[in-house]
Design a protein around this ligand. Structure first.
Ligand SMILES: Nc1ncnc2c1ncn2[C@@H]1O[C@H](COP(=O)(O)OP(=O)(O)OP(=O)(O)O)[C@@H](O)[C@H]1O
Length: 246
């Protein structure tokens, strides 16, 4: 669960966020949209720990993380993707995901040291099987041996998604997930996210994608929440229409 309470962020005289309140329930997928400069990136950064708010509180699963860094939030099960996909270019697609599976001791490390070489081989095999299953889910199983740096941006984005979901995140933040994806890839991306048992917050310019992929949509304008609800209600909201058209 993500709880954002009375969060404000100021940059000098600019109020990037003004008393924003938003609680995303466990397992909910919530999209954030808004015109340029609305405060979407700032809100995202406050939740991931890249930016500390000028005032207000951020909680993850009930724990106050307002002052916690990104690493602590990651240890609590928060994963994120970036506007420009972040992958290990000099590793293969499979190795990229294996590195993420390792994170929760899913086969290597201490567990492997304790079980002897037979057990170690079994753990290693299970780890690869888990990673391959994630790649298949993300539609990139056939690219397992390709170097991530050689892939076009849409494929790299799917590698990044595979890394983010490989160890079953509790909270997943997606920053502009569809940029660089074609319609088919965007639909697959949405399906992977829909199949997760995670609380998801996504920031996106593509309003159509958000309306289709999210059960709840929050609209920011000039640092304030101007609408919050199911996609159909938000789409019809006069304040939202004014913000986008005006
Ligand atoms: N580091 C900064 N220094 C000064 N002002 C900033 C900084 N970051 C953001 N702002 C301002 O805060 C406001 C919100 O910016 P933010 O990037 O969060 O909006 P956004 O909704 O993500 O916009 P876009 O859709 O264009 O990415 C804008 O007026 C922006 O100019």
């Amino acid at each position: 669960m993500i709880e954002i309470e009375d969060v404000s962020v100021r940059f000098g005289g600019v109020h990037a966020l003004s008393d924003v309140g938003l609680a995303v329930a466990e397992g909910q997928t919530c999209g954030v949209i808004g015109p340029n400069g609305a405060g979407k990136t700032t809100l995202f950064d406050v939740v991931t720990g890249l930016r500390r708010p000028s005032s207000g509180t951020v909680r993850l699963d009930g724990e106050d993380v307002t002052s916690a860094g990104a690493v602590r939030r990651a240890r609590m099960g928060l994963r994120r993707t970036f506007q420009r996909p972040q992958v290990f270019g000099r590793l293969t697609v499979l190795e990229n995901v294996l590195a993420a599976v390792e994170w929760r001791g899913g086969g290597g490390g201490l567990a492997a040291d304790l079980v002897g070489w037979r057990g170690r081989r079994r753990l290693e095999r299970e780890r690869r099987e888990r990673a391959m299953a994630v790649l298949d889910r993300c539609g990139i199983g056939a690219l397992a041996g390709a170097y991530a740096a050689d892939l076009p941006i849409g494929r790299r984005r799917m590698v990044e998604l595979a890394r983010a979901v490989a160890d079953e995140p509790r909270v997943l933040l997606l920053d502009e997930p569809t940029s660089g994806l074609d319609a088919e890839q965007a639909a697959l991306f949405a399906a992977v996210v829909a199949g997760l048992d995670a609380t998801v917050l996504l920031v996106e310019h593509d309003v159509g994608f958000v309306m289709g992929a999210c059960e709840r949509v929050v609209v920011l304008d000039l640092g304030k929440v101007i609408a919050d609800g199911p996609p159909d209600a938000v789409r019809e909201d006069p304040a939202v229409r004014a913000a986008y058209l005006g």
